[in-house]
Design a protein around this ligand. Structure first.
Ligand code: HEM
Length: 408
């Protein structure tokens, strides 16, 4: 089959492209004709990689294959984030190796074992009462305002509160943690603050927290993570600092965008909203994550020459795992372009391709989405869209920056 020809310079991680739209048609073409396709990149727009480009992996089955083979496809060699700021230096890139998502075994396995203690079903369930109460407060305040920006008024707050609850951050410190978290991620959008400074502030704050809990454990998650338990494994204070940065990156915007895209999907499919209000199906959260696909792509780097999807990949080549394509793959889903909150099974890869890096916060995210939509359905079910959502300028986050609505 003929390989697709896109306009010169077309780049699946171009922040300007994603600011306009998700390249749905282009992905469909790739899945049909060139499921592993070379996306050439000039050095100056390579997101700091300066290595000629990367492979776009568009099919569900190939993404699962890569995600499950950490020996052949490394998250560490060039990191998992496919689009860093263009001016990123090799030294800065090296630093990101301290984040869990950018590690390979055995370092990844060890750190992941420790971090997972914070996300056991019991730990997540333990947040339910506090988050239910927060979700109610958020929607009551929004309703009272009559209308405004859904992202700021509704979607933003619960994911941040969830991370703060999980870590036991005192109420007085939450606002500054929230501001740093928001500034950490949006380096492609000039509207947000200084990324590097925010990164350093979070690490400093978390480092202090770790030192305090080590000196004086109080039986919370942080005390568990930074002190040797029965198994003798713990995070150092700087490792804990990077973990909090990762939570701010991984658990904040992702869930926020799932909530905003989810509400937009309900507005666009009123019959699904009616069904949600009547039945509250447990399958809804996963369909919202599939539909939203808040993370467009993460990447891996081949550790040896390999053939995949008809392409010859060389050791050192980057591969972009485009979840935003795989979640609409006709070979994996019946009617992928139908938003169906009762979809079951729903083998979406919104939380990753079920390998070693599979989202450790997936159950927490499902809980947050569930609580938020339940609260909206209870308190302000009649929401009217006043304008189309304004999309985020980012090469790897499928984000909505603002969305004007009216609540009733
Ligand atoms: C809808 C919301 C979310 C989405 C779509 C999402 C998506 C993802 C994806 C795609 C990965 C990488 C999977 C892979 O490489 O195979 C990931 C990893 C991760 N996520 Fe999430 N995530 C969400 C919410 C959260 C939350 C709420 C937290 C924590 C508060 C969290 C913490 C993490 C961490 C720590 C990792 C790294 C795991 C590792 O490398 O072992 N995520 N997430």
């Amino acid at each position: 089959m003929a390989a697709p020809s896109f306009p010169a310079g077309f780049d699946f991680t171009d922040p300007e492209l994603w600011e306009q739209r998700s390249p749905v048609e282009e992905f469909a073409l790739l899945r049909r004709t060139a499921p592993v396709w070379w996306n050439a990149q000039p050095d100056e727009t390579s997101g700091g990689f300066r290595d000629g480009g990367f492979w776009v992996v568009s099919r569900h089955e190939d993404i699962k294959e890569i995600s499950r083979n950490a020996d052949l496809y490394s998250a560490q060699r060039k990191g998992a984030i496919i689009r860093l700021p263009n001016e990123t230096t090799p030294e800065q890139m090296e630093l990101t190796g301290a984040l869990l998502v950018n590690m390979d075994p055995p370092k990844h396995s060890k750190t992941r074992r420790i971090v997972s203690k914070g996300f056991t079903p019991r730990a997540v369930e333990g947040l339910r009462a506090a988050l239910t109460e927060r979700a109610a407060r958020i929607v009551h305040a929004a309703k009272q305002s009559g209308g405004g920006d859904f992202v700021q008024q509704v979607a933003c707050e619960l994911p941040l509160q969830a991370i703060a609850e999980l870590l036991g951050v005192p109420e007085v410190d939450r606002r500054k943690l929230f501001d740093w978290s928001n500034a950490t991620l949006n380096y492609d959008d000039p509207e947000y603050g200084d990324t590097n400074a925010a990164f350093a502030e979070i690490i400093g704050y978390a480092w202090n927290m770790a030192e305090q809990r080590r000196a004086c454990p109080v039986g919370d998650i942080v005390s568990t993570l930074v002190n040797d338990g029965l198994d003798g494994e713990a995070l150092g204070s700087d490792e804990f600092g990077f973990f909090v940065v990762l939570l701010a990156i991984a658990g904040n915007e992702t869930t926020r965008n799932a909530i905003t895209h989810g509400m937009k999907a309900f507005v666009d499919h009123p019959e699904q909203w009616a069904r949600y209000r009547a039945e509250r199906p447990k399958t809804a959260a996963d369909e919202i994550v599939r539909w939203a696909t808040p993370v467009n792509a993460f990447q891996r780097t081949a550790t040896a020459d390999v053939e995949l999807g008809g392409a010859r990949i060389k050791a050192g080549d980057r591969l972009g795992l485009f979840y935003s394509s795989a979640n609409f793959d006709e070979d994996a889903f019946t009617d992928p372009f139908t938003f169906d909150i009762t979809r079951d099974p729903n083998p979406h890869v919104g939380f990753g391709g079920t390998g070693a890096h599979y989202c450790v916060g997936a159950n927490l995210a499902r809980l947050e989405i569930d609580l938020m939509f339940n609260a909206i359905a209870e308190v302000m079910p009649d929401l009217t869209e006043l304008a189309e959502p304004v999309r985020l300028r980012s090469g790897w986050i499928n984000g909505i920056k603002s969305w004007q609505v009216r609540y009733e």
